[in-house]
Design a protein. Structure first.
Length: 179
């Protein structure tokens, strides 16, 4: 295993190969093995790649903490993208400002949150619970083979002293070394 040179999702994939039947994720009564989680995140990553997600392209996640959140997070990283956590507690005006500022390729969410998006942003929404089209996509691992610890892993938005949201760019290096 290449711990020092691997991104977080690559480390996950290596673990999935070592322990495919082990439980990787528990969400209430639902569980998912490493093999299942690796497969489903590959499918979503392939869909995101088809949507144009590649190195350092952003994708938002707008949902509660749940199984689907982790699926989205890993898939975005696998596609080469950087994820943007969008909190459900954000007022609609802040959500809109962040989406306008970041210009994500997509926002992974659930149908129940559709009303929170303004009409301009609804087209970016991928409803994991209401759209199975993404499950038929193939992941192109080769397209991201050159991904490094210096590529973006996520973008955290903060208002700082101005009160206007600004993205803080966090590379894979910071994520891997902090975990």
């Amino acid at each position: 295993m290449k711990t020092e040179m691997s991104c977080l999702h690559q480390l996950f994939h290596e673990q999935a190969k070592r322990t495919p039947e082990a439980v990787a994720l528990v969400d209430g009564p639902k569980t998912m093995s490493y093999r299942e989680l690796d497969r489903v995140t590959d499918q979503l990553a392939g869909f995101l790649q088809a949507k144009g997600v590649s190195f350092d392209e952003s994708v938002g996640i707008f949902m509660e903490t749940c199984m689907e959140y982790l699926i989205a997070y890993l898939a975005i990283l696998k596609a080469g993208g950087a994820y943007i956590p969008l909190a459900l507690a954000y007022p609609d005006t802040l959500l809109e400002k962040i989406i306008d500022e970041a210009e994500p390729k997509a926002v992974v969410t659930k149908q129940q949150y559709c009303s929170r998006f303004n009409p301009v942003h609804v087209g970016k929404a991928l409803f994991l619970d209401n759209d199975d089209d993404w499950k038929s996509y193939a992941y192109d691992r080769e397209a991201v083979r050159s991904q490094s610890l210096d590529h973006l892993a996520f973008i955290a938005f903060t208002s700082g002293t101005t009160g206007e949201p600004k993205g803080v760019l966090i590379p894979h290096r910071a994520v891997v070394h902090s975990y």
